[in-house]
Design a protein. Structure first.
Length: 227
């Protein structure tokens, strides 16, 4: 399938295998959570190899007394933006990869059932801080984590919100996406957004679910199936 150049679909064999396991309805919630974490870890490695750069830091000393130049990553002003609630399943993996702790700004978005359009119900970005206060400025790189991109509406809304906040670049990490939805998200701000996914499905059902997809991954992670 043809996808925009800012959409990157992993070909990592371990990831392909884990994604296949995640699709199964027989996979229990504990393993679902573990698989989402593992997939986020692999996707994150691939995304950050492109999104981050290594720069020299101050001098350090090894345990046997030799001096060396420390290394750090740029940009240093990063934030993780999980889309509630399923995005929470990817946060730990991203935090594990990053060399330093970074802020986590939650966005609550849901799809209105009849229109499938996104509705924002929670926004934890520090918009309320006055200029000059710590944390008042936007992140140089915001990392959106959301396991599923279906119609793309939620991802587009998140990108719009972060752009209005003032971020310079956005990396979207997702487990799986619909081809139509990820193309829609990629087109929202193509010069500043890169999207990294483990797999792409070509179809959506009439109610906006990926086919064959993963089902409702939030329900599977948090054991709220049948609510």
């Amino acid at each position: 399938m043809s996808l925009p150049p800012n959409v990157h679909v992993s070909k990592h064999p371990c990831l392909v295998s884990k994604l296949s396991r995640l699709r199964s309805k027989e996979t229990e919630a504990r393993e679902v959570k573990s698989l989402v974490h593992d997939i986020a870890l692999i996707i994150g490695c691939e995304a950050f190899a492109s999104a981050l750069a290594v720069v020299d830091g101050p001098k350090g000393t090894t345990p046997i007394g030799y001096e060396y130049t420390t290394k750090t990553t740029e940009p240093q002003e990063l934030s993780i933006v999980p889309i509630l609630r399923s995005g929470l399943g990817m946060v730990d993996a991203v935090q594990t990869l990053l060399p330093n702790p970074v802020p986590v700004h939650h966005l609550g978005l849901y799809r209105e059932p009849s229109t499938l359009e996104p509705v924002e119900y929670y926004n934890n970005l520090p918009n309320h801080l006055a200029a000059g206060q710590p944390g008042a400025h936007a992140s140089s790189l915001a990392i959106i984590v959301d396991p599923v991109i279906a119609t793309g509406g939620t991802c587009v809304a998140a990108i719009q919100t972060l752009r209005e906040w003032g971020v310079k670049k956005i990396a979207v990490l997702s487990v799986i996406a619909a081809a139509e939805g990820v193309a829609r998200a990629a087109a929202e701000w193509p010069e500043a957004v890169e999207i990294w996914v483990a797999g792409v499905d070509t179809e959506l059902t009439s109610n906006g679910m990926l086919k064959p997809g993963l089902g409702d991954i939030g329900d599977r992670i948090f054991l709220t199936i049948g609510k």
